[in-house]
Design a protein around this ligand. Structure first.
Ligand code: HEM
Length: 154
């Protein structure tokens, strides 16, 4: 009934060479890790076949739908897609995060990952701000010095 059969992925068993990548159903196996494209994942969006992406990892949560404390509806809304944001928005517990492992089936293909924003170089401003701060300090000490001198003269 339109149900996808995903058990036909073949692992080479060598598990060593990164060049052991094979392609089957659009899925790649590399060093034992299966890589799925968004296109592969998208079709697993039914209640009897539910996959999710969370933090670039792919989970088959079909057997978890009924157990989910937050209900199956919310999971089905995300089925076949990236649920990272909604998963994080709920603020799931550490227990919930550990539960993910048992449903892990592979990783999102590198080409389909969102580009991570390169970290901003923080010290662009520090050079600017350091001088006035030092200058301020120097001025302060100068005043203290003057005060001491005038105190001494008295
Ligand atoms: C396989 C992935 C997920 C697992 C293993 C999981 C697990 C859990 C667990 C164990 C809880 C109980 C509270 C906690 O321990 O944090 C929970 C609650 C909940 N989850 Fe998930 N969850 C998953 C995905 C999602 C997603 C994708 C959504 C949103 C679309 C979601 C929405 C919720 C909501 C709304 C609650 C109820 C929070 C409450 O009533 O306090 N969950 N989930």
């Amino acid at each position: 009934m339109g149900e996808e059969i995903n058990d036909n992925l073949i692992t080479t068993g060598s598990g060593t060479a990164s060049d052991s990548s094979i392609e089957g159903n659009g899925d790649e196996v590399d060093g034992g890790v299966k890589y799925y494209t968004l296109e592969d994942i998208r079709v697993h969006n039914m209640s009897n076949d539910t996959w999710l992406i969370i933090h670039n990892k792919v989970y088959d949560i079909t057997g978890f739908l009924e157990e989910h404390p937050g209900g199956e509806e919310v999971l089905l809304e995300q089925a076949g897609a990236d649920a990272t944001e909604s998963f994080e928005d709920v603020g799931h517990s550490t227990d919930a995060r550990e539960m993910l492992q048992q449903y892990f089936i592979g990783e999102l293909h590198m080409d389909d990952r969102k580009k991570e924003k390169p970290k901003e170089v923080q010290d662009t401003n520090s050079g600017e701000s350091r001088f006035p701060r030092d200058y301020g300090l120097r001025r302060k000490w100068k005043f203290v010095g003057l005060d001491l001198v005038s105190f001494h003269q008295c």
